[in-house]
Design a protein around this ligand. Structure first.
Ligand code: 5RP
Length: 283
């Protein structure tokens, strides 16, 4: 591995504990304006100091993230499809390697869709990107995207994760499964990071993080369970406490609760004012 590649990798996975908290905010690349990511300069920039990396597209990086932000960037470089297509696997490489270098990215992320109609194309995209990454010293994170008809179990995810590692991916991002997660982490020779998946109650998301770490994951590449939380700052601090701080679920949940804005009770006067305002709109 070249010095440059090792150096960039060490900016993604902290060398002191071999763990990482990656904040995934690339959802718009096929979903459009995802809830919580409508204005990333407001919702995501304040979280950046608590993330080991930000994973996003070049468009959002340039438009929403000031160039003075020091958090290493992992660029999402696969796409060219949308949620309106039934087959999301029809992806290509959407960002030139020159642009990745110009943007000073620490890594590149690309999805593979094993078992989907375009599996060959996406795995070939990965192999090509890894050749480019090796040439210029930029690590590649393979994302095991799950096609609509795929069963998300350890057998399938171990297959997809191992194929990504066989192609030469430096990190593989996959989903957590309760049943036999060790089969995924135990058969993948490179670090596995856990995607958060759909929004869960905060305590459940912390339980999942704790279990994934205990069962061999090197960290998380988590999105919605952080930025769609009622306290994104509390959640990213709590996830950090588990991943880097060795916190238990109870301890991490306390970190989240301590940061969560305390609710205010509506006063009777505020209630009355609202009724008056609503009435006035009827006139
Ligand atoms: C989609 C991705 C997303 O970055 C990732 O899945 C989002 O993270 P989360 O599931 O935690 O919201 O790679 O393929």
């Amino acid at each position: 591995m070249s010095w440059g590649l090792e150096n960039r990798l060490s900016r993604i996975i902290r060398p002191e504990d071999n763990r990482t908290v990656m904040l995934a905010v690339d959802h718009g690349y096929f979903l459009g304006p995802t809830s919580g990511l409508e204005c990333m300069s407001e919702s995501i920039v304040p979280l950046a100091p608590y993330a080991d990396t930000l994973m996003l597209t070049r468009g959002m990086l340039r438009a929403e993230i000031p160039s003075t932000v020091n958090t290493p960037i992992v660029l999402r470089v696969s796409g060219a499809n949308s949620v309106l297509d039934d087959d999301l696997s029809n992806e290509t490489i959407i960002t030139d390697i020159d642009e990745v270098i110009r943007l000073n990215a620490a890594g590149m992320a690309l999805s593979i869709f094993v078992g989907s109609p375009h599996q060959h194309q996406t795995i070939a995209n990965l192999a090509k990107l890894i050749d480019l990454g090796e040439r210029y010293g930029i690590p590649v994170i393979a994302v095991t995207a799950v096609g609509k008809d795929m069963v998300r179990d350890a057998r399938y995810l171990a297959l997809a994760t191992r194929i990504a590692a066989e192609m030469g991916a430096h990190i593989v991002k996959t989903y957590y499964v309760e049943d036999d997660f060790e089969r995924i982490t135990g058969t993948c020779p490179v670090p596995v990071v856990m995607a958060g998946g759909k929004k869960l109650p905060e305590r459940d998301a912390l339980e999942m993080t704790y279990s994934a770490i205990s069962r061999g994951a090197a960290g998380v590449d988590m999105g919605r369970n952080i930025f769609q939380s009622d306290s994104p700052l509390g959640m990213i601090k709590a996830v950090n406490a588990v991943v880097h701080g060795g916190a238990s679920v109870d301890e991490a949940y306390t970190v989240y609760m301590d940061e969560k804005p305390k609710g205010r009770k509506k006063s009777a006067a505020r209630g009355k004012k609202k009724i008056a305002a609503d009435d006035s709109r009827k006139i």
